[in-house]
Design a protein around this ligand. Structure first.
Ligand code: NAD
Length: 271
């Protein structure tokens, strides 16, 4: 279709990238025009993703793909060490990045915000594109106003490179924000914790303890546990199949077009 949104995928041979290739190919208003990865180079992206060719071969040089193929949107699901450079390359070619790669630091996000201002090209960065995960965070924010004691357990497959997960860090930040907005003191620090083994009480982000589990068999899961006298509230989300992220990714592709700002989090794209 001539007015379809032209999309390139970076990390096209990865677990998430292959899902994105499939989802974009199936969407009638989007067209896959480029695929980039460091592995499976030269192979057809559709063949790699779904065993069915799409006529788009995986290439290794992102800048070359962007300058010759001129997509409107670059979807990045690579790795923390690569994402910032890929985003910079996208802006250099006037291409709007939609980034699912996690592990970007606050400094990285500030840098992206600067590039957005300098280029006037919009961007979406979301550590979790699953609608259920967004709702989990919203419910946690709601509960944080009433139940001060909270811990997060996040569980992912064993090949995840970053810990804690981007979703856990975002949830902790939102809990802290909700408490501040409600005029409550910061999350109380656990007192008198003597760790017989260092790290036993987890890491701490925005004062919220986070426990990261990595095991084969898991995809992406998170439980936010609130405790109060005589009660525990548990808010849990499980991604059991990477397809759950695709409606959010497709929404971001459609909505980033024409934007001139940086959107952080899928929740900021929902009506
Ligand atoms: P993966 O290892 O299966 O795939 C990553 C792919 O990126 C690999 O094929 C690798 O070769 C490629 N790659 C690495 N560096 C590259 C570069 N510089 N240029 C081109 N390709 C490069 O990982 P995955 O499970 O697909 O996860 C990818 C990222 O997405 C991770 O950061 C993960 O945490 C994140 N993730 C985000 C969400 C979300 O909803 N936002 C959901 C799941 C995973």
């Amino acid at each position: 279709m001539s007015n379809s949104i032209r999309v390139a995928v970076c990390g096209a041979a990865g677990r998430m990238g292959r899902e994105v290739v499939r989802a974009v190919a199936e969407a009638s208003d989007l067209i896959l025009v480029g695929a980039v990865d460091q592995v499976e180079v030269g192979r057809d992206a559709g063949e790699v993703a779904q065993g069915k060719p799409l006529g788009i071969s995986i290439q290794s040089n992102l800048a070359e793909v962007l300058s010759t193929i001129r997509p409107q949107v670059l979807v990045d699901f690579t790795e923390p060490a690569a994402a910032l450079a890929n985003i910079q390359t996208a802006f250099a070619h006037g291409v709007a990045p939609v980034v699912g790669t996690t592990g970007l630091t606050e400094a990285d996000l500030a840098q992206v915000a600067l590039w957005v201002r300098e280029t006037g090209v919009g961007a979406v960065i979301a550590p979790n594109f699953a609608l259920g995960a967004v709702l989990m965070m919203q419910f946690a924010q709601q509960a944080a106003r009433y139940l001060p004691d909270v811990e997060i357990i996040e569980l992912h497959h064993e090949r995840k490179l970053d810990a804690p997960s981007g979703t856990a860090l975002l949830t902790a930040g939102k809990i802290a924000q909700a408490r501040t907005a409600a005029g409550l003191a910061p999350v109380p620090a656990p007192e008198g914790a003597f760790e017989r083994t260092p790290g036993a009480r987890g890491a701490s982000a925005h004062g919220v303890p986070i426990h990261s589990v990595r095991l084969p068999g898991l995809v992406a899961h998170q439980e936010v546990l609130f405790g109060g006298p005589g009660q525990v509230l548990s808010i849990r989300h499980d991604s059991t199949d990477r397809r759950c992220f695709m409606p959010g990714v497709l929404l971001a592709i459609r909505k980033v077009i024409g934007r001139k700002d940086l959107v952080l989090g899928l929740e900021n794209l929902l009506d």
